[in-house]
Ligand binder design. Structure first.
Ligand SMILES: *[C@@H]1O[C@H](CO)[C@@H](O)[C@H](O)[C@H]1NC(C)=O
Ligand SMILES: *[C@@H]1O[C@H](CO)[C@@H](O)[C@H](O)[C@H]1NC(C)=O
Length: 111
């Protein structure tokens, strides 16, 4: 049988970090093995900073996924996770390839 699992990704409307990040999507669903792209834009007057993605699965703990250093000339990648970091336009999206059921979570972008 072919299992078609739905991955739901929920976004909070606000973020408790000091500087501003904006996540336009509220919720999205992708099917297993598909690629999900989660957008995030941010605003800061700093030139050196770190950007992070975290996930919070239904079990509740906050799990670090990936970190990008602003001065790095390469997009951070880690296994199925990668980012598209555009410093000029302050875009920092997360790409999850080959989505699995365990990816269902609330995702947080942080500055
Ligand atoms: C990340 O990848 C995108 C798309 O390939 C590219 O436009 C961008 O410059 C890359 N960012 C960095 C920091 O290399
Ligand atoms: C940032 O990413 C969003 C969503 O992917 C896209 O619609 C927007 O055009 C991007 N902004 C810039 C300035 O590149």
């Amino acid at each position: 049988a072919i299992l078609s699992a739905v991955l739901s990704v929920l976004f909070p409307t606000g973020s408790s970090v000091a500087q501003k990040v904006t996540q336009p999507q509220q919720e999205m669903s992708v099917q297993e093995k598909e690629t999900a792209t989660l957008a995030c834009t941010y605003d800061t007057s700093e030139s050196n900073y770190y950007l992070f993605w975290y996930k919070q699965p239904p079990s509740g703990e906050m799990i670090f996924i990936i970190r990008q250093e602003a001065f790095k000339q390469q997009n951070a990648t880690d296994h199925r996770f990668s980012v598209n970091f555009q410093k000029a336009t302050k875009n920092f999206s997360l790409r999850i390839s080959d989505c699995q059921l365990e990816d269902a979570a609330v995702y947080f972008c942080a500055l």
